[in-house]
Design a protein around this ligand. Structure first.
Ligand SMILES: [Zn+2]
Ligand SMILES: [Zn+2]
Length: 158
C-alpha cells in the first residue's frame, strides 16, 4: 500500500482542477497537482509532523468550536477521503457516509481561536483559506497576545 493518495482536486499552485493531486494537509482539501508537486514549494505535511493536534475526547465547548469551524465560510473543513465534510462529536470527527473517523483536530479549531482569524464580515467572498500554520513551529501569524506560559493548564481550573 502506498501512503501517497491522489485526489481529483483544485491545485493550489496552477489553480486548475487536476486529477492527480496530493493533499498538502491531512484531511483537508488543500492540494497540489503532480505537475506542480516537483516545484517543491509546498511540502506535504503528514499527520505525524503536526504538533498541535488535540485528540478526542473533546469537551462540549471544544465540540461547539470545532463544529462551528467545520461550518466556517473562511477555513477549510476537515474532510473524509471522498471529500465529505466531517461532523464533530465528543469522540471524533466523522463521516456518516464513509464511516470515516478522525480522532484529532488542530488545537486552534477547538478553542475558538479560528474565529479571531476570520476576515471581517464584508471582506468579500473569497476562497477558503488553509489553516495558516498547521504546524506549531509555523504557527499562524496571529496578532493575538501570546498566552502566558503555563496558562493552558489553568484553563479549566475555574
Ligand atoms: Zn498544479
Ligand atoms: Zn465521506
Amino acid at each position: 500500500m502506498s501512503d501517497v493518495k491522489t485526489f481529483r482536486a483544485f491545485c493550489q499552485i496552477c489553480q486548475k482542477l487536476e486529477l492527480n493531486c496530493t493533499r498538502l494537509l491531512p484531511h483537508m482539501d488543500y492540494s497540489i497537482c503532480e505537475t506542480c508537486a516537483p516545484q517543491g514549494k509546498n511540502q506535504s505535511i503528514s499527520e505525524e509532523e503536526i504538533e498541535n493536534k488535540v485528540t478526542a475526547r473533546w469537551t462540549d465547548t471544544q465540540v461547539q468550536s470545532l463544529a462551528a469551524y467545520q461550518d466556517s465560510d473562511t477555513f477549510l473543513p476537515f474532510i473524509c477521503e471522498r471529500g465529505h465534510r466531517l461532523q464533530a462529536t465528543n469522540d471524533l470527527l466523522t463521516c456518516d457516509i464513509c464511516q470515516f473517523n478522525l480522532t484529532w483536530a488542530y488545537n486552534w479549531t477547538l478553542d475558538w481561536s479560528w474565529k479571531f482569524l476570520e476576515p471581517p464580515a464584508g471582506a468579500g467572498t473569497r476562497a477558503k483559506l488553509p489553516p495558516g500554520g498547521p504546524l506549531k513551529s509555523a504557527s499562524i501569524a496571529l496578532d493575538l497576545p501570546e498566552p502566558n506560559a503555563g496558562a493552558d493548564a489553568e484553563d479549566f481550573v475555574d
